[in-house]
Design a protein around this ligand. Structure first.
Ligand SMILES: Nc1ncnc2c1ncn2[C@@H]1O[C@H](COP(=O)(O)OP(=O)(O)OP(=O)(O)O)[C@@H](O)[C@H]1O
Length: 240
């Protein structure tokens, strides 16, 4: 479970997140929806300890990301929106590095690396440098790295962007499976359709502010009733 309480993030001249409170329950796929610049990545960077939480608090399965960062981070699998990392490593070196960091035993890691990279059709590229990978392949190797250590809490920033339809399907199935095991799946998107396909619950953020929190059925109802939300809806469908 993730608990965000009264979190605000200010950049010079800009409040990216305003007094945000959210509880992300276990066992559900939770979508964080909002147009470009709404504050999604900033929120996720605070949830994962990349940006400091200066006002309010965030806990991951009971561990405060500021007070117990190691404990909280051990539980998290994070896929960032940009995957331009460790470009000089080969795919297999990157995955072994992640497995070392999280203490994944040798026999399990071999099996998992093969299973995951075959699922995402990058097994054949494991001995190539990440530098030579396409954007989608980089996204996939990061996803494989995250799933390698089997974290309880998945936090995915625009995880489907750049993935081909088959890999997108595979990842969606994995997200469903993870949630059905009672684990936490939180992902951001600016595409309404993705939320409609996947989510049990959704939060809509706009201009750093929470505009809606509820089930998919409630969201559809609310779009019709609420003028403010209707504007967000139009933006989301136009950008999608
Ligand atoms: N390091 C920064 N310095 C100043 N302003 C920033 C910084 N990072 C983000 N912002 C601003 O904060 C706001 C929220 O940005 P954020 O990246 O969180 O949005 P987002 O919802 O993830 O958008 P997108 O869908 O485009 O990725 C934007 O106005 C952005 O310009």
């Amino acid at each position: 479970m993730i608990s965000i309480e009264q979190v605000t993030k200010q950049f010079p001249g800009n409040t990216a997140v305003r007094n945000l409170s959210l509880t992300i329950p276990d066992g559900k796929i939770f979508g964080f929806l909002g147009p470009n610049g709404a504050g999604k990545s900033t929120t996720i960077k605070m949830m994962t300890g990349i940006l400091p939480v200066e006002s309010g608090s965030i806990t991951i399965n009971g561990s405060d990301i500021t007070k117990e960062p190691m404990k909280a981070k051990e539980r998290i699998g994070y896929v960032p929106d940009r995957s331009d990392i460790f470009l000089r490593l080969k795919g297999v070196e990157y995955l072994n590095f992640i497995a070392d960091m999280y203490g994944v035993p040798a026999d399990i890691r071999r099996e998992k690396i093969e299973y995951l990279t075959k699922s995402f059709s990058i097994y054949g590229a494991l001995n190539d440098h990440i530098l030579t990978y396409s954007h989608g392949m980089r996204q996939k190797i990061v996803v494989c790295g995250v799933l390698l250590h089997d974290p309880d809490v998945w936090i995915l920033d625009e995880p489907l962007s750049g993935l081909d339809p088959k890999s997108s399907y595979t990842l969606k199935e994995m997200m469903r499976e993870h949630a059905s095991k009672g684990k936490t799946v939180f992902f951001s998107t600016h595409v309404l359709e993705v939320v409609e396909q996947l989510c049990d619950e959704v939060a809509i953020i706009n201009n750093g502010q929470l505009e809606f929190l509820g089930s998919m059925a409630e969201m559809k109802h609310q779009f019709e009733e609420d003028d403010n939300l209707e504007k967000v809806f139009l933006e989301l469908t136009q950008n999608g």
